[in-house]
Write a protein of this length. Structure first.
Lengths: 435, 316
């Protein structure tokens, strides 16, 4: 049998089958390639601490999350932690285990900056667009030439007090300095209305008056160089002596052991006349105890020989380096911090988180409740924990092992000033590697 | 043979084929062998323990010799973490607190649990309901019940101080959580309250195994209630009491939730336990190596308790 000859340029059946198969595969793969070129995550997970102002959380869950999903098709998974320090441990655990959480607001990012993504582009754009950032917060978020977080707001800590009881005691204007504050406290305690100044193992309400007290007496814990420990000074001793005098003369005995929620409870059950707190006391009183809400007021911290200070309790947004889709997570963070979203979000929490952006300094939201003004004003004199030392990991360790709070509480419980400062120095030296 | 007949052939006829492949092997008999069966039973819990106890423990031991910050590389430091702890007054305070807390709580739980069991062993109306209710402290999640205790111990509004004031015993109650001594007393009270049912129910089960005949013989011999308790009940209960106390020492020594919620270790570290301090160092301030060393420092005590337990069990 003669084999059929094939002229050049013709296609055999075998070639045709090959071509057809390749064409079909290409046609089938086309949409797949296209889909993957524009792949986006099905969801993004944000972890944060619950807010004392429930409207703030509700706004995020009911307004912002659905809006983002509608706009982009990406579902936002909101992992909420109980307020009071649990979120810090969770943020650390996420950084260690690379758990599927894309971004968080940790409050203490200095403990794990190495696990965070550079978000300089977002922070700089947001700052430029909305009046610029407060200087002090840059010391936290801007680290070694990069923005490791995008600042959000400060949980302002000022003095919450019962105006009616202060009036009854003849103190018609909130004390302007620590000495006046002590004298007023003695009068109030004599009338059965002691102060409740937290000194226990909490994270905010203790440091928020103890650190400003130290600073206002001219003391500092660690110098600006982040190496020299300065706590052992005459100024620190004067601050410790003052705290002891205030505790014995003006405070409820219990406050030396209080964590963060305890002073809210004591104030709202009329056991104390004054404490240092965020706006949660005023907000709760207005909402749940209207009569108390009318006579509760807020004031700036008293000043000392070296001026008036406040302690920042900053909240920022960080993106974990292990997020599977950095750009998608960054897009979400940019969207959250855009004026349209973020201004409504701040307002939903009644400015509980005082914005670190100057565009909001004169926001009409502050005028809705004049008693909130001190929380905005506190930003001007607000300092990060362990100021003027760098806001680094060691500063976090000092705060989280309660070295400063314990120094004051031990003094209030009877230890000598020299002893408590020496004890605190031991802890500081261990952390700063000078033991 | 028809196809139907082929399908209908009994399974026993197919077996010779298998036997020819592995002569003498019977899976059923193999599993029945004690050495095989016991390993089959042991393997799942052993794997579970290796994964969730062995691995974290070994990793903890490893970390304790390193300086290891969160999300950073580890640097070998030898015994430096232990040396730092040795020189750390807070660590020694926490260690002392842990011993005080454990000894006082376990003693109270043992005595109280024995009393509870003796009462529960009597016949009275609503006995079953009472037994069930007594288990409540053990059943309620610790964090929940501790929050309730925060209110009970509140200086102004708390139940304890209200009772003191209303009964006229005091004009104002003490500061349960503000005074260092009372704060320690408070955490012991709460731990005892929570742990009593474990003792009570365990000892009750031991009580119910004591034959009535022994009590009857002792009564005939003229033994009174105290003598019967002293010479019959207590000696026979001792094994149960020993085991329950040993377990309780372990649980109490490692207690974390109660103190974390109630005092956070304050005031001025007066209620800091080794577990809360290790947590503060590692998860609070990100010093994984130092925190692991602090956690590991609890192991020798646990080891001693386990050795005592092993000896006791072998002796029996």
């Amino acid at each position: 049998m003669v084999k059929p000859t094939r002229s050049k340029g013709t296609t055999s059946r075998r070639d045709f089958v090959k071509l057809a198969a390749a064409g079909a595969a290409g046609a089938a793969a086309g949409p797949w390639i296209s889909r993957n070129a524009q792949a986006k995550p099905a969801q993004i997970t944000l972890m944060r601490e619950s807010c004392y102002v429930k409207e703030f959380d509700e706004h995020f869950q009911k307004v912002m999350m659905p809006a983002y999903e509608k706009e982009t098709g990406i579902k936002i998974n909101y992992e909420i932690q109980a307020a009071g320090g649990a979120a810090v441990a969770r943020a650390i655990a996420i950084a260690e285990s690379k758990a599927p959480v894309d971004l968080c607001w940790p409050q203490q990012e200095w403990l794990f900056r190495e696990a965070l993504l550079d978000v300089s582009d977002i922070a700089e754009a947001v700052g430029k667009q909305q009046g610029g950032w407060y200087e002090e917060i840059k010391r936290l978020s801007h680290w070694e030439g990069k923005w490791k977080s995008v600042p959000f707001g400060n949980i302002g800590q000022v003095m919450a007090y019962r105006r009616d009881w202060f009036d009854e005691a003849g103190v018609t204007k909130f004390p302007d300095n620590w000495d006046e504050f002590y004298e007023a406290g003695v009068k109030l305690k004599a009338k059965g209305h002691p102060y409740g100044m937290s000194m226990g193992h909490g994270w905010a309400d203790n440091n928020s008056w103890l650190l400003p007290l130290l600073w206002s007496y001219g003391a500092e814990i660690v110098a600006k160089d982040g190496k020299t420990i300065h706590l052992d000074s005459a100024e620190s001793a004067r601050a410790v002596d003052y705290a002891r005098k205030l505790y014995k003369g003006a405070c409820i005995e219990d406050c030396v052991g209080w964590g963060d929620p305890a002073n809210n409870k004591a104030f709202l059950t009329s056991q104390i006349s004054c404490t240092n707190n965020a706006s949660s006391i005023l907000l709760s009183a207005k909402r749940d105890l209207p009569e108390m809400g009318k006579v509760t007021d807020e004031a700036l911290n008293p000043k000392g020989p070296k001026g008036r200070f406040h302690s920042l309790v900053p909240v920022t947004h960080c993106i974990y380096s292990h997020t599977p889709d950095p750009q998608a997570t960054k897009d979400f963070l940019s969207w959250m911090m855009a004026p349209k979203q973020v201004s409504a979000w701040y307002a939903s929490g009644f400015m509980y988180f005082a914005p670190f952006l100057h565009a909001y300094d004169k926001s009409p939201e502050w005028n809705k409740e004049p008693r909130f003004k001190p929380f905005q004003q506190a930003l001007e004199t607000g300092k990060l924990w362990l100021w003027p030392a760098p806001a680094d990991r060691r500063a976090g360790q000092v705060i989280n092992t309660w070295i400063v709070a314990d120094m004051f509480s031990k003094a209030c419980l009877g230890a000598s000033t020299k002893t408590v400062i020496a004890d605190a120095m031991k802890g500081l030296k261990q952390i700063y590697g000078q033991a | 043979m028809s196809p139907t007949a082929e399908v209908a052939r009994p399974a026993t006829q197919a077996a010779p084929g298998l036997r020819s492949l592995r002569p003498g092997f019977r899976p059923g008999e193999w599993v029945e062998r004690e050495s095989v069966f016991s390993w089959l039973m042991l393997t799942p819990p052993l794997l579970f323990l290796v994964a969730f106890l062995g691995y974290p423990f070994v990793y903890g031991v490893y970390l304790s010799f390193f300086e290891r910050q969160v999300a950073s590389a580890a640097h070998f430091v030898g015994m430096r973490n232990f040396a730092n702890l040795w020189a750390d007054p807070v660590f020694w305070q926490a260690a002392g607190n842990t011993v005080k807390f454990t000894v006082a709580s376990c003693a109270l739980k043992m005595v109280g649990g024995l009393g509870m069991a003796l009462v529960m062993n009597q016949n009275f109306r609503l006995k079953s309901l009472t037994r069930a209710l007594l288990l409540l402290p053990f059943i309620v999640p610790t964090v929940l019940s501790t929050v309730a205790w925060q209110w009970i111990l509140d200086p102004g509004m708390g139940l304890f101080n209200r009772l003191l004031v209303v009964s006229g015993l005091a004009t104002t109650g003490p500061s349960w959580l503000g005074n260092p001594t009372l704060a320690m007393v408070s955490i012991i009270i709460v731990n005892t309250w929570r742990g009593l049912p474990f003792f009570g129910i365990s000892i009750l089960s031991g009580l119910q195994t004591i034959p009535m005949e022994l009590h009857e013989s002792a009564t005939i011999d003229g033994a009174g209630t105290w003598a019967r308790f002293r010479h019959v009940t207590l000696p026979l209960l001792l094994p149960v009491i020993f085991i329950v106390t040993t377990f309780s020492i372990i649980f109490t020594f490692f207690d974390f939730q109660l103190v974390y919620v109630l005092t956070g270790g304050g005031p001025a570290n007066s209620t800091h336990l080794m577990a809360t301090y290790a947590y503060a160092l590692s998860m609070g301030s990100g010093q994984m190596g130092l925190g692991s060393a602090a956690a590991l420092a609890m192991v020798p005590v646990l080891g001693l308790v386990l050795v005592a337990l092993t000896f006791y069990v072998r002796k029996d």
